[in-house]
Design a protein around this ligand. Structure first.
Ligand code: SIN
Length: 485
């Protein structure tokens, strides 16, 4: 990996403005998922190190919160600019540790930076309220204050943007934060810390604790009374466990958990646009996003045409090393991910599904999966009830609106849903009936900084991005003034 700015490649933890080894001296390898080569060995922090980070954040938070909002905004703005100035390096680092194609990695850095820019602006708008008093001598004022120290536990599928969309609103609100990045992808997080320091974010305000001992470090972050909020993106199973761990200290929580997105195409849809939307939604990041189309429901009248066109589109996707510019689909993150996806395919075939593969990768590499679609898909298949997280598109046939709504809403998750159709009344009915936190209507791409991202039901709660993204890091305090005579 050849970076223009080698300083971005850090292997130590960043605590209280210092680059530090684990107290134990332990390290763990970070590998390129494409060829399994070790990119770096990173400090493997334990519980005692995590406690140090919590204390550093606790000490730094009051002074950060006391700064005028414009000063916090200025530091965030500089951080945003530095991210863009270092875009190529950040993207290469991201592709090397995560596997996604460079073009997508560049897109993620822009996406990640856009949260920093947005919340730099929102920092100035944490407005309170004045409420007419309930008695002649009373005045009521509502303040919105930072929640305090925040912990963020972030996923490997977006090693940059899932950090900035937590850190930027936290810092804008006046919180200090400790980030525990995923074991697979700590390098992007550490590079962000380099740039945050260069932007003038004070020591202790933003800390990064890489670890290969997630339970030990997570236990400190969830158990500490000094940490007042946890923001987590990851699986529903882990989210439930973290929620239990946070109960002891009654922390404020944001949980962005698993999805199982329906992608519905009605007979009157623009089929070409629907296929393009399905490809964008399904195959982004090799299918490894929480908002990927997971179950494609196509109405009987256009099912054959849709399947035909989707097969052609999939055939054009080139699979390989994400560092090669022409590649559209990189490797899956690890062997367990490959095993899971191939198991789902085997189960689908055993239950009557037909698999239609696109172009196979030019090379033998077990991490590279050929994108495919599965026709004759049925709800009895495991892939209907599982977040696939791979380049597999099951296509179900449906006949009526009522039938497809029942199928779409039949799963515990409720993160993103998509549908294509033209009839205005149908659009309203379906948009309102889908039990999901986000709905794409005639689009397969819904992610943006300016809108509130998040789910309902087993997909969690809390919103990231938009005006709502700041709310998660603020608490409300009401002042009741008496004796105003
Ligand atoms: C995710 O997979 O959790 C987030 C994807 C996005 O922001 O689009």
């Amino acid at each position: 990996m050849k970076l223009q700015n080698n300083h971005l490649l850090q292997t130590q933890a960043y605590i209280n403005g210092q680059w530090q080894d684990a107290a134990s001296g332990a390290t763990f390898p970070v590998r390129n998922p494409y060829d399994d080569k070790v990119l770096a060995r990173v400090a493997d922090l334990g519980a005692a190190d995590a406690e140090k980070a919590v204390l550093a954040a606790h000490r730094a938070q009051p002074a950060w919160a006391a700064l005028p909002a414009g000063d916090r905004a200025g530091a965030l703005r500089r951080w945003y600019e530095l991210m863009l100035e270092n875009l190529e390096d950040l993207a290469l680092l991201l592709t090397c540790e995560q596997g996604k194609p460079l073009a997508e990695a560049r897109g993620e850095i822009r996406y990640g930076a856009s949260f920093v820019e947005w919340f730099a602006e929102e920092a100035r708008r944490a407005y309170g309220e004045v409420i007419p008093g309930h008695a002649a001598d009373k005045r009521i004022v509502v303040l919105r204050q930072p929640v305090g120290v925040v912990a963020a536990i972030t996923p490997w599928n977006f090693p940059n943007a899932m950090i900035t969309r937590k850190v930027a609103p936290a810092l804008a609100a006046g919180c200090a934060i400790i980030v525990k990045p995923a074991q697979d992808t700590p390098l992007s997080a550490l590079a962000l810390a380099v740039l945050a320091a260069a932007a003038g974010i004070p020591p202790g305000v933003f800390n990064v604790v890489p670890t290969n001992q997630p339970r030990a470090v997570g236990g400190v972050l969830t158990g500490s009374a000094l940490v007042r909020k946890l923001s987590f993106t990851g699986s529903t199973a882990v989210g439930r466990e973290l929620m239990r761990q946070c109960a002891g200290t009654v922390k404020k929580l944001s949980l962005e958990l698993g999805g199982n997105a329906p992608f519905i195409v009605f007979d009157d849809a623009d089929v070409e646009a629907a296929v393009a939307g399905a490809v964008a939604s399904k195959f982004r990041n090799a299918g490894q996003t929480c908002v990927c189309a997971n179950r494609l429901f196509v109405q009987a009248g256009i099912y054959p045409e849709f399947v035909d066109r989707l097969r052609t589109a999939i055939n054009a996707l080139r699979v390989g090393d994400g560092r090669a510019e022409e590649v559209a689909i990189g490797p899956l993150i690890n062997d367990a991910a490959v095993e899971k996806v191939t198991g789902l395919l085997q189960d689908a075939v055993a239950k009557g599904g037909s698999v239609h593969y696109g172009k196979a990768p030019a090379e033998e590499n077990p991490r590279l999966l050929t994108p495919c679609l599965v026709t004759e898909a049925t709800p009895a298949m495991d892939l209907a009830a599982t977040e696939i997280f791979g380049p597999v598109a099951p296509v179900f046939k449906f006949r009526t609106e009522a039938e497809v709504l029942q199928l779409a809403n039949s799963v515990p998750e409720g993160l993103a849903a998509y549908f294509y159709g033209r009839d205005y009344a149908l659009i309203w009915r379906v948009a309102e009936a889908l039990e999901y936190g986000m709905v794409g209507i005639n689009t397969g791409m819904i992610s943006t900084t300016v809108a509130p991202f998040g789910g309902v039901k087993a997909s969690g709660f809390g919103r990231e991005g938009g005006r709502q993204g700041m709310e998660e890091y603020l608490v409300t305090k009401y002042l009741c003034w008496g004796e105003v005579k």
